[in-house]
Design a protein around this ligand. Structure first.
Ligand code: FAD
Length: 487
């Protein structure tokens, strides 16, 4: 029997789930509190400049391809995808490293920094590729219900990789701190420190060097536009400016929601909002996880972001730029161990207008600056300004140019905005980290243990943070709903 299904939120996971559930003939309605779909992936358009508000790295193109293929579509039906060359540039205190779009180019760069390192790199990436195939084609496609899901013939022979860390693995073969930092960078997407991330996750290095960095023309929001249009083609109803106030429960079954003071009934409720917030929409006795449970978890960082319009083209930069010219360990400590505003932060800047002239007026540059910070920090306009001044100074020194006088406008986004705009737990930017004890069946569950017909999806449940995992999370949640509806 086809069901009436309500989905809370419209991030990648919610949109993905909506498409799969509608394809099965269910009647699906999305309720999103903000005025557009997309969740953390929204767009700011100002004075001819286009900014992605959240994600900017398009990694793992195979996962996007698979998603659209499930609906007999291709990404090219909706957006143009270009592989970036170089993929990105890393600025260190005395040098920079440029990551090209092929292993051959990257090997030349590694040899320049450390003689003999390219041989180790090829071996490392070939191992990472094997892990990628196991992780992406097998493990992440399981719903995180049982520890047995992690046990396959392939993982059994790699069990040691779950008990050693990516930091240790990288340091065994590479000595130069710049190469170590380069190889530790991809796992930062998983939200934890490399010395807390199992080495099995080196599959992120294959995603980086093997699969490359891509750019959808027009920006990441093009993916949201594509998914929103696919969802509509499949018959999904999308309600924006619809803040869900309550998940209604009767006799331990979800029976609908309250939105803008109106009760709406459903057979199934799926929440793609932050898991902690979703449970706060239930009466206390229906919640699975206590405040103490959430408080003990390692969350991915929050961020201080600036969206800056420049009235000229800038020099010595690429589409993606990492400023690793200060002490990574110190900054990581200030994010995870003793949360405080960082003294000398690393930061990231993207200029999509370098490769895509649709994103800025002619002769101008669109700049997105991001400083990762601990969650729940005090967020004031004065702090934001002081950090902008700090990083713009360093940016000018490293790229050897004056840009301050070329700023037409700047907007910022930080902890308070994450809380207010997304109901984000402690203002996290990208969910709950993937550490050994927060992997697979150890993450908050897709299906409520206390309330029938209530499900969760998104970056706080399985498989974890990031756009590709969010697509997979939506698929996993929809599969559980479909399976349970048929039994
Ligand atoms: C600054 C930043 C940079 C990032 N960079 C990258 C990157 O480069 N590459 C990458 O792969 N990933 C990146 N990520 C992570 C990625 O964006 C997220 O993991 C992903 O978008 C999360 O999707 P989601 O479906 O879990 O939920 P979200 O996008 O958080 O969507 C949840 C939705 O629920 C809505 N909602 C909340 N409460 C309610 C309510 N009561 N009623 C109705 N609706 C509600 C929210 O408004 C929101 O729209 C980045 C994230 C941020 C913030």
């Amino acid at each position: 029997m086809k069901k009436k299904i309500i989905i809370i939120g419209s991030g990648f996971s919610a949109l993905a789930a909506a498409c799969y559930l509608a394809k099965e003939g269910n009647s699906v309605s999305i309720y999103e509190k903000n005025n557009t779909t997309g969740g953390r992936c929204r767009q700011l358009i100002k004075d001819g400049f286009t900014f992605d508000i959240g994600p900017s790295w398009y990694w793992m193109p195979d996962i996007f391809d698979k998603f659209f293929a499930d609906f007999n579509k291709k990404t090219s039906d909706y957006y143009q995808l270009d592989k970036l060359n170089p993929a990105y540039k890393i600025f260190f205190s005395d040098d920079s490293i440029t990551i090209g779009d092929s292993m051959d180019k990257i090997c030349v760069e590694f040899e320049r920094i450390e003689k003999g390192s390219s041989k180790h790199l090829r071996k490392f990436i070939s191992e990472a590729q094997k892990n990628y195939n196991i992780a992406i084609n097998k493990i992440v496609l399981r719903p995180g219900v049982s520890p047995l899901e992690l046990i396959t013939p392939e993982t059994a022979i790699r069990v040691n990789q779950f008990f050693t860390t990516i930091s240790k693995q990288v340091r065994k073969k590479f000595k130069n701190p710049k190469l170590i930092a380069t190889l530790e960078f991809p796992v930062l997407f998983l939200g934890a420190k490399p010395n807390k991330t199992p080495s099995f996750y080196n599959f992120m290095n294959y995603a980086d060097f093997g699969l490359g960095t891509w750019h959808p023309k027009g920006g990441m929001y093009e993916i949201i536009k594509a998914m929103t249009s696919l969802a509509k083609e499949l018959g999904v109803t999308i309600n924006t400016n619809a803040n869900v106030e309550k998940i209604r429960v009767q006799h331990k079954k979800a029976i609908g929601i309250t939105v803008n003071n109106e009760n709406i009934d459903a057979d199934v409720v799926l929440s793609g909002a932050d898991y902690h917030h979703s449970e706060s929409l239930l009466d206390v006795e229906h919640r699975q996880y206590s405040e103490a449970y959430w408080d003990k978890k390692t969350f991915a960082p929050s961020s201080l972001l600036f969206y800056v319009g420049f009235d000229k083209k800038l020099d010595n930069i690429e589409h993606h730029n990492l400023f690793f010219d200060t002490d990574f360990e110190k900054h990581a400590e200030e994010i995870y161990d003793t949360p405080k505003w960082p003294k000398d932060p690393l930061f990231y800047v993207n200029f999509p207008s370098i490769t895509d002239n649709s994103m800025a007026p002619k002769g101008c540059e669109t700049g997105f600056f991001l400083i990762p910070i601990a969650t729940d920090l005090k967020d004031t306009p004065e702090l934001r300004t002081s950090y902008f001044n700090l990083i713009i100074k360093r940016f000018q020194e490293k790229t050897k140019q004056n840009v301050e006088n070329s700023i037409i406008f700047k907007e910022s986004f930080c902890v308070n905005d994450f809380k207010e705009q997304y109901n984000s737990y402690k203002g996290n930017a990208y969910g709950m980290a993937n550490t050994l004890l927060q992997t697979a069946f150890l993450r908050p569950k897709l299906k409520s243990k206390k309330v029938e017909n209530l499900y969760f999806t998104g970056q706080l449940t399985v498989p974890g943070p990031g756009v590709p995992p969010a697509l997979i999370s939506g698929k996993l949640a929809s599969e559980l709903i479909i399976k349970n509806s048929n039994t």
